[in-house]
Design a protein around this ligand. Structure first.
Ligand SMILES: NC(=O)c1ccc[n+]([C@@H]2O[C@H](COP(=O)([O-])OP(=O)(O)OC[C@H]3O[C@@H](n4cnc5c(N)ncnc54)[C@H](OP(=O)(O)O)[C@@H]3O)[C@@H](O)[C@H]2O)c1
Length: 318
């Protein structure tokens, strides 16, 4: 058998990259092997990947030279930046540029870049339907990623831009699960009005990205959007009711109320939900579930995800 090609996975110890790494490692027939990139090879997550058979290497997104070394000899690179670690668009852009430049220097054949829309192409800064943030953005954690697509194009690296969707894991880790009120009832708060939000299990993002690497050439130069299911807040509440065995009421939080919630990034997320809502046709159209299933035949819906994960959603007892 010919030697397996290396996929260097940025963010391998995290949600998306971890999914990519595990998708490859779990496929005994894969023609790829995993090089997991982390700042800390001694971490539990890094060691868990090593025990599954990944090569673990140290590199830092702030250090292009370290990425060049980590990408050396790799066929593919899964690239991701973590806005929520620093809340800086400039830093996110600099890190994306480092990935693109390092991939060019290393002669990588295929980068799958986990990006999002530059929402200013739909909502220019002078459009006052939503506030401009930090003087230059509408949805900072989207806009910087979208702007960064140009770094890959300019570097001339064969790239697929991957548009991901709302992780259902946000109900576990981002405090977005149902809340129990004073009256003892559960409410699912989401600023989506009556529109549908494309969502996905993070593990399915990884499997879809693996599908893109497997089909290679076909997806170079393309933008691919993925989702497991498109659901309204009311439909998500219905699925949550069934999963928890008690009624969960959907509360369509007004965008301004959400932006004012006071936690770091509330304004960014409030604008994001408004973008998803106001441009529902575009946003859903860019994330077709049938295409996602073609890339990832194991793709699941929200109810399946809940069946496997409801015990991980923190909910106060009745
Ligand atoms: N939550 C959602 O619904 C959603 C949906 C779409 C897109 N996103 C985007 O997803 C991104 C976060 O991805 P995730 O959820 O997979 O993150 P995560 O689970 O928090 O993990 C972050 C990963 O990034 C790595 N990392 C961060 N800074 C690094 C650096 N300087 N050098 C090297 N590696 C670095 C970390 O590696 P080490 O710590 O091991 O070094 C870790 O593996 C965000 O930018 C967010 O906007 C989120």
């Amino acid at each position: 058998m010919s030697e397996k090609k290396i996929i260097a996975v940025v963010g391998a110890t995290g949600a998306q990259g971890g999914g990519v790494a595990r998708a490859i490692l779990e496929d005994g027939q894969s023609s790829f092997r995993v090089r997991a990139i982390t700042r800390n090879p001694a971490s539990d997550n890094a060691q868990a990947l090593a025990s599954l058979g990944a090569e673990v290497v140290q590199a830092d997104l702030d250090d292009q030279a370290s990425l060049e070394e980590a990408f050396s000899g790799a066929h593919g690179v899964f690239g991701i930046t973590n806005f929520w670690e620093h809340f800086s668009v400039e830093k996110e852009k600099a890190q994306a540029r480092n990935i693109a430049q390092a991939a060019k220097v290393a002669g990588v054949n295929h980068v799958v870049w986990s990006t999002l829309e530059d929402t200013r192409n739909w909502v220019p800064l002078e459009d006052d339907r939503m506030p401009t943030l930090h003087g230059a953005f509408k949805v900072p954690h989207f806009d910087g990623k979208g702007e960064s697509n140009a770094f890959f194009a300019e570097a001339g690296v064969p790239t697929t831009n991957l548009l991901t969707s709302f992780y259902w894991e946000n109900l576990i880790y981002f405090g977005m699960g149902p809340q129990r009120g004073e009256d003892g009832r559960l409410t699912f708060n989401l600023p989506m009005g009556d529109r549908k939000l494309p969502g996905i299990a993070v593990e399915d993002i990884g499997r879809a990205a693996y599908g893109i690497f497997k089909q290679g050439e076909e997806f170079v130069g393309k933008t691919v959007g993925i989702a497991g299911q498109h659901l309204s807040g009311a439909e998500m509440a219905e699925a949550l009711s069934a999963a928890f065995g008690e009624p969960v009421q959907y509360n369509a939080v007004p965008f301004d109320v959400y932006r004012g919630l006071g936690f770091d990034g509330a304004d960014d997320l409030g604008n994001m939900f408004q973008f998803n809502h106001d441009f529902e046709d575009y946003f859903r159209g860019a994330r077709p579930t049938d295409q996602t299933r073609a890339l990832n035949p194991k793709l699941g819906g929200f109810s399946e995800w809940l069946a496997a994960n409801k015990h991980r959603i923190p909910v106060d007892p009745a």
